[in-house]
Every structure is written in structure tokens, then in C-alpha cells.
Design a binder for this molecule. Structure first.
Ligand code: GLU
Length: 550
């Protein structure tokens, strides 16, 4: 009886690995092309970190003429949720990060290296596990949970490293005959890797992001095939990244410490190891403390949050690129009109530690992204969002022609308006431009410098009677507000006002504010002339009269 017989006893039906090596040939790609994947587990509520990983992987793949694929890592079936894959596929699509290959629904995938869901690849892993047993590089382990617990307790008591290694690895040295006998008797077992490593030796590794790192060698005989016949993450990723031709493994840095084990697995399997690039975890500032963005505590941890809030996918991606490569911000400033695919992203320029994710900054980026859109685009996107999330806004936007005028205020010029950060703000941002909304909710708004009721009434009625003419151009319109200010005893120029303190109680700007508040209920709006043009005469008069009444 030898290793081969034992391997046959354990996996009688597994194919030779040459079958899979031929079935999944090396990819025929141009030199320098990188193949990357995003490999989430379908545990529900896609994390923003998965979007971040996908963005980076897709960017590098496309920049180099390579491939970006989605592999679903569902070997821990206890953690799985229903529709978990669909959620991942949909999120990637919504963020315009659709993979070139990989899963496209719960069961189906596209691409020649599939299936791309690990639970559908059981026989592939078993073939490689069998191969490892044949080589004497893996073995069945019969330890019961109680025995493993006992080992752990002894290690704890002796204050030594926990784990299944060296002298603690009880089943490592049982003979082939003994193992075969136990299996035939029906004893339960799992398959373990026979690590050739030694803890007192070091390995050096050059991570694409973290640079040179040194670790003790791995000496743990980790489980490679579990009792349910499925592989563990470590084993599965090695087999998959090899067969699927991954050139660069980009993943969160919580995996960095597994590198010694992973390199050893690649080595023992006879595979060429991919390059590893471990990305810094997305952190948030929580009352002065930086901590991981957590699904449990932070709504913004969920990719769906951005869609629900109506933060454009492009804004999220631009912000994540900012975090990923700090040079992006300058590039964007210098190239406001370029598409992000033109940005030259560099994996090795990613930050080594803590990537701070700041919602306020993201919303600033979003304002800029939306300010670059045409009125038509804003209309389309806001309406799409509203059709799912806000009946009220949908209704408001029914009159497309008027909505385009509203969104067109201060847009398409050198300094476009930047007041919309997300589609859920739109109702509040433009609601006042609609008489139905504005007049029905009109109230006594707080005016600013000029806040005496009689004075306000006087300004508004004089304006209606003598100065308002909807056909005025901007200059004439503004000259008339100056005239109005002069007539009522306010300074016509701000400069004059400042030079002679005490001479006037207020100036033309304050008079404008009275008009603005009366017309819109706010002290801060886009250009008032444009607003009045869009509102039209009837609405302007109605609003001013309403304000006088109030
Ligand atoms: N399935 C692993 C995770 O959920 C993926 C790690 C990797 O990308 O290799 O984090």
C-alpha cells in the first residue's frame, strides 16, 4: 500500500490533474496583460470594500489589456445567504464594474475558466487534493473535535503557539496502512496539508503594495478539504487562481499574514505563484478613533446605501480612486473632462496603511461629479432614482421641459452649480422652484439684515410696481435693483456702504436678499436672475405677493 493507493481510497472518482490543466489552458494574452479577480463570499449586503476591490481589479485589468473576473467563494456554506450572488452581480453592475468573466447569476457564469463558484468546483479541488496525497504532501486526519480541543488546551497551558503542526500534528505520521484501515472502518476524517515549513526559518515576500515583508515560514498543517468535501479558502484560492490564470491577487490586507502559507501551497502544488497586492483596509473616523468600516455599525459600509441615497456610482468610484491613488485628485483637477478610464492607475502607489473613508469628502466629490453633468443627464439620473425611491420627486419631475430648465440654471458654464450631492437631495434642492410646493408651504421666512416687516413690504411692493420687468436682460435687471435700493434709502453699491459706515442701514445686496428670500424661502440659491427667468412672470408676482401677505 502506498500514497497512491491511499489517494485512490479517499478520492476514487477524482480525475488526474492533467485533465484540468488541459481544460483550462494558459490564457493567450498580450505581454503585460494582467488578470485579476474580485472574490467575495455571498454573505449578503455587499460591502463597499468589495466595490473598492472590484474597481481596482477592473482598472488594472483594463489598463493592461487583461481580464477582470468575478469568482464567488462560497465554501463556507454556513455563512451564505439566499440571493447572495445575485446581490453581488447586481451591485457590480450598478457601479458599472461588470466583470468580463465570472458568475452572472446564482448558478450561471460566462467565460472559459468556469464554473466560477467554488461550490460548483468540488471535483476540481478534490483532484488536486488527491494529487497532493499521492505525493505525500497531504494526508487524512482523524482527530475528533475533542482531541483537537485537548491539543489546544495543552498548548495554552504550556503557553506555546496554537495549531496543528510539528509534534502536535498527531495524524501527520500515521502510516498509509493505518490510515486506510481507519477509512475502511468508516472513521470520520478531513484532509490536511503536510507543511514542509519550519517556524524558525524566515521567508521574504515582495508585496506589490506593502513592499518587502518578512515572515516566519508556515508550519501549520492546515485543513485543505473539510468534512463536507469542500475545500478551505486557502486551498481553493490557490487552485483557482492557478487554473483561472490570475496574475495579480488584489485583496484586503487582513490576508497578508496568510502569504507564507499561500506561497507554500503554490510551491507544493507546483504552481507559479501570482503577485500579491494587499490593500489597506477602508477606515472611518469615529470620534477621533480610526476603525474599520463595519457592516454592523455603519450604513455606508453597504454598497446599497449609495444607491438608496442616490449618490452617483461615478462619484463613489472617483472618491474610491482618490483613496486608492492619491495622485488621482490632481489628475482630476487638471483633467476635469476626461473619463476615469484615462487615469493611469498604479497598484504600487496605493497607500500602505489605513485608507480613510470620509463621507463628507465623498459628498464633495459627488457635487463636482454632478456639476459636470448636463441638465439632461441630471434629469435622467434623478428620475431613475426617484422612480424607485421617491414618488414625490417622480411627480415633480413629470414636466420634463420645466425640470430641464430648473436643472439648467447655472449649468454648462465655467463655474457650474454645485449644490446637488445626491439624488435624495434633489427634492429639497429644487422643490422651491415649483409653485405647488413653494406657495403651498410658504411661511414667514427669516430675513437677514433687513428684517423689519414694513421695510420688507415696502421693498417688495415697490419692486413689483415700478421695477420688475420680466423682459429685462441681466444687466437691466440688476440696475433696477440698485435703483430700487437708492429710492428706498439703501446704499446702491456695497463699496460705498463699506466706505461710509453708519450712513446707511443696508445696501443693495441686502435688498437682493429680501427678494431672494421672498422668491425662494432661502438666503442661498443659484443665480437669482436665472431663477426668475425660469419661474416666469406669473410665478414671480405670485410669490412676491404671498410674501407681502405673510
Ligand atoms: N473570499 C475572500 C474574502 O471574502 C477573498 C479573499 C481574496 O480575494 O482572495 O475576503
Amino acid at each position: 500500500m502506498d500514497y497512491k493507493d491511499l489517494a485512490n481510497l479517499i478520492f476514487p472518482d477524482a480525475k488526474e490533474i492533467s485533465y484540468y490543466e488541459e481544460k483550462y489552458p494558459r490564457r493567450d494574452l498580450p505581454e503585460g496583460a494582467c488578470v485579476l479577480r474580485v472574490a467575495p463570499s455571498p454573505t449578503g449586503n455587499v460591502h463597499i470594500g468589495t466595490i473598492y476591490q472590484a474597481l481596482i481589479a477592473k482598472k488594472v485589468a483594463e489598463q493592461t489589456g487583461g481580464v477582470f473576473y468575478l469568482r464567488v467563494e462560497d465554501t463556507d456554506q454556513k455563512r451564505e445567504v439566499e440571493n447572495g450572488i445575485k446581490q453581488i452581480v447586481d451591485s457590480l453592475e450598478k457601479f458599472e464594474l461588470t466583470p468580463h468573466e465570472g458568475m452572472i447569476s446564482e448558478e450561471e457564469s460566462k467565460g472559459a475558466y468556469g464554473p466560477y463558484k467554488q461550490s460548483q468546483r468540488k471535483e476540481v479541488y478534490q483532484a488536486y487534493a488527491k494529487y497532493m496525497i499521492e505525493q505525500g504532501k497531504a494526508y487524512p486526519c482523524f482527530c475528533t473535535p475533542e482531541e483537537l480541543e485537548e491539543i489546544r488546551n495543552k498548548q495554552e497551558a504550556a503557553k506555546i503557539r496554537p495549531g496543528y503542526y510539528g509534534v502536535w500534528a498527531k495524524c501527520r505520521n500515521i502510516t498509509v496502512e493505518e490510515a486506510a484501515e481507519k477509512i475502511k472502518k468508516g472513521e470520520n476524517y478531513i484532509v490536511r496539508f503536510k507543511s514542509p515549513g519550519r517556524e524558525d526559518r524566515k521567508i521574504k515576500h515582495k508585496d506589490v503594495i506593502k513592499g518587502n515583508v518578512e515572515f516566519p515560514e508556515n508550519d501549520q498543517d492546515i485543513v485543505i478539504i473539510k468534512a463536507d468535501g469542500l475545500p478551505t479558502y486557502h486551498f481553493a484560492h490557490a487552485v483557482d487562481d492557478h487554473l483561472m490564470g490570475t496574475t495579480h491577487v488584489t485583496r484586503g490586507d487582513e490576508w497578508l499574514s496568510s502569504v507564507p502559507l499561500h506561497l507554500q501551497l503554490f510551491q507544493e502544488l507546483g504552481f507559479k505563484a501570482p503577485k500579491y497586492a494587499h490593500t489597506a483596509t477602508l477606515l472611518k473616523n469615529d470620534n477621533g478613533n480610526k476603525r474599520k468600516i463595519s457592516k454592523r455599525k455603519d450604513p455606508e459600509a453597504a454598497a446599497s446605501y449609495y444607491l438608496e441615497e442616490g449618490i452617483p456610482a461615478l462619484a463613489v468610484k472617483e472618491y474610491l480612486l482618490n483613496i486608492a491613488n492619491s495622485s488621482f485628485e490632481n489628475w482630476r483637477r487638471a483633467n476635469p473632462d476626461k473619463e476615469i478610464k484615462e487615469f493611469d492607475f498604479q497598484l504600487n502607489k496605493m497607500s500602505v496603511s489605513g485608507a480613510l473613508f470620509d463621507m463628507v469628502k465623498l459628498l464633495d466629490v459627488s457635487k463636482i461629479v454632478i456639476s459636470r453633468m448636463t441638465a439632461e443627464e441630471v434629469y435622467e439620473k434623478a428620475s431613475n432614482w426617484a422612480s424607485i425611491y421617491s414618488k414625490e420627486l417622480s411627480k415633480l419631475l413629470e414636466d420634463k421641459e420645466y425640470a430641464l430648465k430648473v436643472f439648467g440654471i447655472e449649468r454648462g458654464n465655467k463655474k457650474p452649480r454645485k449644490d446637488i450631492a445626491k439624488w435624495s437631495d434633489v427634492m429639497d434642492n429644487i422643490g422651491y422652484m415649483y409653485d405647488d410646493v413653494f406657495l403651498n408651504n410658504a411661511q414667514e421666512y427669516p430675513y437677514q439684515v433687513i428684517n423689519n416687516k414694513e421695510e420688507i413690504k415696502n421693498i417688495l411692493s415697490t419692486y413689483i410696481e415700478k421695477y420688475y420687468d420680466e423682459n429685462d436682460d441681466k444687466q437691466a435687471w440688476f440696475d433696477k435693483i440698485k435703483e430700487l435700493s437708492g429710492e428706498l434709502g439703501y446704499a446702491k453699491e456695497v463699496k460705498e456702504f463699506k466706505e461710509n459706515p453708519g450712513k446707511w442701514t443696508a445696501h443693495v445686496g441686502d435688498v437682493s436678499t429680501v427678494l431672494r428670500v421672498a422668491l425662494t424661502g432661502r438666503t442661498n440659491t443659484p443665480d437669482m436672475y436665472e431663477i426668475m427667468q425660469v419661474l416666469g412672470k406669473e410665478s414671480v408676482i405670485a410669490r412676491l405677493k404671498k410674501a407681502i401677505e405673510l
